[in-house]
Design a protein around this ligand. Structure first.
Ligand code: C2E
Ligand code: MG
Ligand code: MG
Ligand code: MG
Length: 291
């Protein structure tokens, strides 16, 4: 604390910068023990079919509950995990956790459900990723068809290198989607050259959908391209019925967002599953009638 006080009295440093750097240092240090201290858990956000209102799949989203600092957003700790290389073990923990949860749901009598897991760049370029994923699936007794791995465009910069990793995963039966679609570079090359199953239209385009003509054009174009290439498309960050209705008119058949549900603990999701689905069915009906 003393060191911090001295620093913040120095004119070159902005005190808030100092605090940020200090926080980052603490988080970096604490991240090393977060797995063994059981500070991570996985939340699940449902994805909805815009024709039926049914829950079609889930996205797994990681949370870190720090003992002193409370809940830390993945936007803050994932970059630290990547920098330190910890993302390899954390990422593997997430996939294992998800598969165990899927096992549990199936044991409890639920029909097998697909779950999408975010993959980080480092993980993606890990040499034996496909083998490790295969091992985790086998261990939990989960079909590879239940697992989708999300990559972002910036990750696939090296198409040659990516193709090999992707082919191995695809051969295994795992699906691949491109997350935050439209925010990276030369997305169309990737769609063509890599066997992508689904794209996730970034929420920044969905936000402007109702009032921004350009976002409307962009989203329309994305949907049309995926239709012609036989790739699935999901819109992320859907928060209003107006957005849903426009997406329905554009023949976007999958959506995810706070309108339907935030990411939930597996227990809450199990408990509220039909409630969420009934509400979604109603929204889908209202959205379709709004044409
Ligand atoms: P993402 O993969 O694009 O995930 C979607 C983010 O949007 C999530 O934020 C989700 O909670 C949020 N979201 C969902 N619906 C809405 C909505 O209607 N409106 C708005 N404004 N936001 C919505 P979250 O959970 O904070 O995660 C942020 C990012 O952190 C994720 O973005 C993903 O890139 C990364 N992340 C999360 N979990 C993992 C993980 O297990 N591994 C890796 N490598 N990255 C992860
Ligand atoms: Mg994602
Ligand atoms: Mg992501
Ligand atoms: Mg995204």
């Amino acid at each position: 604390n003393e060191a911090r006080d001295q620093k913040s009295s120095c004119m070159i440093y902005h005190p808030s910068m100092d605090e940020k750097a200090y926080r980052r240092l603490v988080l970096t240090n604490d991240l090393y023990r977060a797995i063994e201290n059981k500070e991570f858990h996985v939340l699940y956000q449902p994805q909805i079919d815009t024709r039926t209102g049914k829950i079609i799949a889930l996205e797994a989203l990681l949370r870190w509950d720090h003992p002193k600092k409370g809940r830390i957003s993945p936007a803050e700790f994932i970059p630290i995990a990547e920098e330190t290389g910890l993302i390899i073990s954390i990422g593997e923990w997430v996939i294992r956790k998800v598969c165990q949860q899927l096992r549990k749901w199936q044991d409890d009598g639920f029909a097998p459900m697909g779950v999408a897991v975010n993959l980080s760049t480092l993980q993606f370029y890990q040499e034996n990723l496909a083998e490790r994923v295969e091992g985790i699936l086998k261990e939990a007794g989960i079909s590879p068809f239940c697992l989708e791995l999300e990559i972002t465009e910036s990750m696939t910069i090296n198409i040659e290198q990516s193709r090999e990793a992707l082919l191995k995963l695809k051969k295994l039966g795992v699906s691949i989607s491109i997350d935050d679609f439209g925010t990276g570079y030369s997305s169309l090359q990737y769609l063509k050259q890599l066997a992508i199953d689904r794209i996730k239209i970034d929420q920044s385009f969905i936000r402007g959908l109702v009032h921004d003509q350009q976002d409307d054009v962009i989203v329309t174009t994305f949907i049309s391209i995926t239709q012609k290439m036989n790739i699935d498309v999901i819109a992320e960050g859907v928060e209003t019925i107006d957005q849903l209705s426009i997406l329905q008119q554009k023949q976007c058949h999958q959506v995810q967002g706070y309108l339907f549900s935030p990411p939930l603990t597996p227990e809450t999701l199990t408990q509220q599953y039909y409630e969420i689905q009934n509400k979604a069915k109603e929204y889908v009906r209202v959205g379709l009638n709004r044409k």
